[in-house]
Write a protein that binds this ligand. Structure first.
Ligand code: C2E
Ligand code: CA
Ligand code: CA
Length: 862
């Protein structure tokens, strides 16, 4: 997998989708909000304007009517000359008449009074029961202010106040000064109701002379009720303030006069910023801080209180009779648009929910679409891990993914089939249909992990030779028949395998007793006892068996290795059946080590020929030499007896032989060239049959001769008699070819092999070497009946030379001479020596030998 971060198919498709959705939602919400804001400010402005207009209109109505009433009173009193100094009874009647008959439509009128230049006063107060109470101060009341319970002068007096002077009242002076109808300043009544009062004032003239003031008190509280009512209907908070920002009226309920708790004194009018109503208070604060009443015209502003947004307008209210007030209006946002914001929120919520449902539905649908792809990817991953049993993906309903999934499944099935085929190829031997080595290990692991038993490894002796001589086809047939025989004789619960070219492994569960083990081994030997009928001829084979007692403390590969060691042992010792013991393992380990060293030695060219002279018995001259391999190591010289058998077994003999052959030929060529050895000197080089049966061997010999410039006539190749197997066409062929090249062939260790003398004539050879064992057995008495004598006689007919090996004593040499054996070789003349230690005076070898013998004899005598 690359280092790039990877995202899933699902993310790749869903992410942009969700992003686009979120972006669209965002833009929508933004524009909505924007247009909502505009709409809100638009609507608030209109609403504020219309409500303020309403208030403005009502307020001017509220003030205008009493003002006009008062004006008409002043006009009529003056016009009809109702004022008579000292007695106010005409004015009294007129006021009562107007108050109770004409001004019923002006309910805000509270008190209508009349104060004259000469300090008299008459007035009526409207009571809660719609009655009127009379207040008089003139001659009739002896210039005292008398307040009656009724509307006439009677005995029913509520109270009498002396020293009352209307001319010092706050309603009198403005008119007295200005001589025109005006509003009084607002003032709080001194009574218990703490009501604030505004009075319409008008002057009264008689004969163009200012005579009196008519005053109509207005209870502003009634306007509070109007505002309260408006607030209940529209939720708009309204307040009216004067230029000092003191409350005139408001919709907040409660008094506009201080009860003495705040900064203001008891009875003083409250500032709007001191209102008990938080909205009004907040709005008034804004007005105060921003000095909005100093500016002319309508001002708008907004603020937020307790999470609610309020839109405000402050509007000046002026009338021509000297009032300068301001109408403050504050409406909450929620009120402006009614249910709209909530509905909008609801619809957004609904939209969001629907979109979420849509996305989820989309995801589910998309999942269904990608499910086959995802599960295919998973299955592919499983396959890559080697899990062949994982479930296969199912194709969905979409054409392309179905194609993909089907193609994948087909591919996976093909892979599975090839894998199974491969597995069975690994598990079973294709030739015999028995288990292969791997299959055997597998089956044994499954089968016999816990139980005890015995493992037999059966090897066919010299199968390679059989293969070579009968051909591979017949070799295969032999193996097939062998497998069939084993199958036929062994119980079905025994595991059977061909673990190597000519090796069969048998695992016998529960065979543990000594006799049973032996019995089964014998039976296996018997299985191979009868001849194998091939196409042309029938073949007898022998088998060797390695046996291992199996316990579960070791694994199967160890059993197999041990059985192989036991089998090698059986073959080496020719015991047929060998039961594994740990010592064999040691020997085998030694072998393994040795093998490694041999390989290294080949690389380092550590193999050297030592030369042992071959003597002409008649003349005593050296006519040749045998090259004998030595392994020259730093630790010393190792004998061929120690490494040749292993080298032959493992095929390394070919390389070792190559080194010996090359060095021998080179040494000989040099020796002949330098005159050290004679022109017809014969160098004997030992050969393994394995070398001879190698296809490239002839080429190797030719190259060696031409490389070293040694003439072929100087070379003799020695082949051990017992190793030349009958009928091998390659060996005989090669021997013939070598001969044809001019090279001589010697049969080594003659007499020890099993080939009969009768067979000898089939072999192409030039020289026989009589084995040392026959030479050592020579004695004077039975000389003529000795094997050496027989060999000499037989070979008289052949034109071959004879060499007697292992001549150690002069006596042996003499007897050989007597038997007319022509040549000899042995320690008597010289041990094998390195080339540079070759004695220079070997021509006199016999002479030397004689002298040596005599010396030894003398020594022994003495
Ligand atoms: P061989 O070919 O029969 O060689 C003769 C062996 O007898 C040599 O032993 C030699 O040292 C020994 N011998 C010679 N004279 C006497 C004697 O008077 N008395 C006794 N007791 N022994 C004597 P070596 O060198 O240890 O070789 C043993 C065998 O190793 C050889 O037997 C030969 O079969 C094999 N061999 C040696 N060199 C080679 C080689 O280069 N190639 C192959 N394939 N085999 C070799
Ligand atoms: Ca030899
Ligand atoms: Ca020999």
């Amino acid at each position: 997998m690359s280092l790039k971060t990877q995202i899933t198919l699902r993310t790749a498709v869903v992410l942009p989708f969700v992003m686009i959705f979120l972006f669209t939602m965002g833009v929508m919400v933004f524009t909505q909000k924007q247009s909502y804001k505009e709409m809100v400010s638009d609507i608030s402005a209109r609403q504020l304007a219309s409500l303020t207009d309403n208030v403005h209109q009502s307020l001017s109505d509220f003030l205008e009517k009493p003002f006009h009433a008062n004006l008409s009173l002043s006009h009529n009193i003056g016009y009809h000359k109702l004022y008579e100094p000292g007695n106010l009874s005409k004015v009294q009647d007129y006021i009562l008449y107007k108050f109770s008959d004409h001004f019923t439509a002006v309910p805000q009128l509270d008190v209508i009074g009349f104060g004259s230049e000469d300090g008299n006063y008459v007035g009526f107060r409207k009571e809660a029961n719609n009655g009127y109470t009379l207040m008089v101060q003139d001659e009739r009341t002896q210039d005292q202010l008398v307040i009656y319970r009724g509307s006439k002068i009677s005995e029913d007096i509520r109270s009498v106040i002396s020293g009352y002077d209307p001319r010092v009242r706050p309603w009198y002076t403005p008119v007295a000064n200005e001589k025109k109808a005006v509003w009084s300043p607002i003032y709080a009544n001194a009574d218990e109701r703490q009501e604030i009062t505004l009075s319409a004032l008008a002057p009264i003239y008689a004969d163009n002379e200012f005579k009196a003031v008519i005053v109509s008190d207005i209870k502003i509280n009634t306007f509070n009720a109007f505002l309260k009512n408006l607030k209940d209907k529209t939720d708009a908070s309204v307040y009216i303030i004067d230029q000092q920002q003191r409350l005139v009226a408001h919709s907040g309920g409660g008094s506009v006069v201080s009860w003495g708790t705040g900064k203001t004194h008891k009875g003083q009018r409250l500032l709007a910023t001191e209102s008990a109503n938080p909205v009004i208070r907040e709005s008034a604060n804004y007005v105060d801080q921003l000095h909005l009443i100093d500016d002319i015209g309508v001002q708008r502003f907004k603020f937020t209180l307790d999470g609610e947004q309020y839109f405000n307008q402050i509007t000046p209210y002026e009338d021509k009779h000297g009032l300068t007030w301001f109408i403050g209006m504050s409406i909450p946002e929620s009120n402006l648009l009614g249910e709209l914001p909530k509905n909008q929120r609801d619809s957004w919520l609904l939209g969001l929910t629907l979109s979420c449902i849509g996305i989820i539905a989309g995801l589910i649908a998309f999942n269904r679409v990608t499910q086959p792809i995802t599960s295919t990817a998973d299955a592919a991953k499983q396959l890559a891990k080697g899990d062949w049993d994982s479930s296969m993906p199912k194709s969905g309903n979409i054409y392309e993914t179905s194609m993909l999934v089907e193609a994948f499944n087909e591919m996976a099935n093909n892979l599975k089939a090839s894998f199974q085929q491969l597995q069975s190829q690994l598990t079973y031997d294709s030739l015999t249909k028995l288990y292969s080595r791997e299959g055997f290990i597998d089956a044994a692991q499954k089968n016999a992990a816990t139980e005890k038993g015995t493992l037999y490894l059966v090897g066919i002796d010299r199968f390679r030779d059989i293969n070579d001589s009968l051909g591979h086809y017949n070799g295969d047939q032999l193996l097939i028949i062998s497998a069939a025989r084993l199958r036929g004789t062994l119980p079905s619960d025994y595991l059977l395998a061909r673990t190597g070219g000519d090796e069969f492994a048998i695992y016998a569960p529960n065979v543990t007793q000594e006799e049973d083990v032996q019995l089964l081994a014998n039976r296996l030997v018997q299985t191979f006892a009868s001849p194998f009928a091939m196409e042309s001829e029938s073949v007898v084979v022998k088998v060797s068996i390695g046996v291992v007692h199996v316990s579960n403390d070791q694994d199967i590969t160890s059993w197999l290795r041990n059985s192989s060691i036991a089998l090698s042992n059986a073959k080496q010792d020719k015991t047929r059946v060998s039961i594994y013991s740990p010592e064999m393992g040691n020997a085998s380990r030694h072998r393994t080590k040795m093998l490694a060293r041999l390989n290294k030695a080949i690389e380092l060219q550590q193999f050297e020929p030592f030369y042992q002279p071959i003597i002409d018995l008649e003349s005593g001259t050296t006519i040749g030499a045998e090259a004998l391999a030595r392994w020259v190591t730093d630790e010393g010289i190792i004998s061929p007896l120690e490494f040749i058998p292993l080298a032959e077994e493992t095929g390394l003999i070919y390389d070792i032989g190559k080194q010996i052959l090359h060095k021998s030929c080179r040494d000989t060529a040099i020796a002949i060239e330098s005159g050290k050895w004679s022109e017809d000197f014969s160098i004997h080089v030992n050969l393994s049959v394995d070398q001879l049966s190698e296809r490239g061997f002839i080429g190797l010999v030719k190259n060696t001769l031409s490389d070293t410039k040694l003439p072929p006539k100087n070379l003799t190749l020695e082949i051990t008699e017992s190793r030349i197997i009958d009928n091998d066409p390659t060996i005989i062929e090669n021997m013939l070819t070598l001969k044809a090249l001019g090279i001589s062939i010697a049969i080594d260790d003659f007499g020890t092999g099993y080939s009969s003398l009768a067979y000898l004539h089939k072999l192409p050879f030039d020289c026989l070497k009589i084995d040392r064992s026959f030479v050592s057995k020579l004695d004077k008495e039975n000389l003529d009946s000795s094997i050496v004598a027989a060999i000499v006689n037989i070979t008289k007919g052949f034109k071959v030379s004879l060499v007697a090996e292992g001549v150690e004593t002069q006596q042996q040499a003499d007897l050989l001479k007597q038997l007319q054996c022509p040549q000899a070789q042995g320690f008597l003349y010289s041990r094998p020596v390195p080339f540079d230690q070759w004695p220079t005076d070997l021509s006199n070898a016999q002479q030397n030998a004689k002298t040596k013998q005599n010396t030894e004899a003398k020594e022994s005598i003495s």
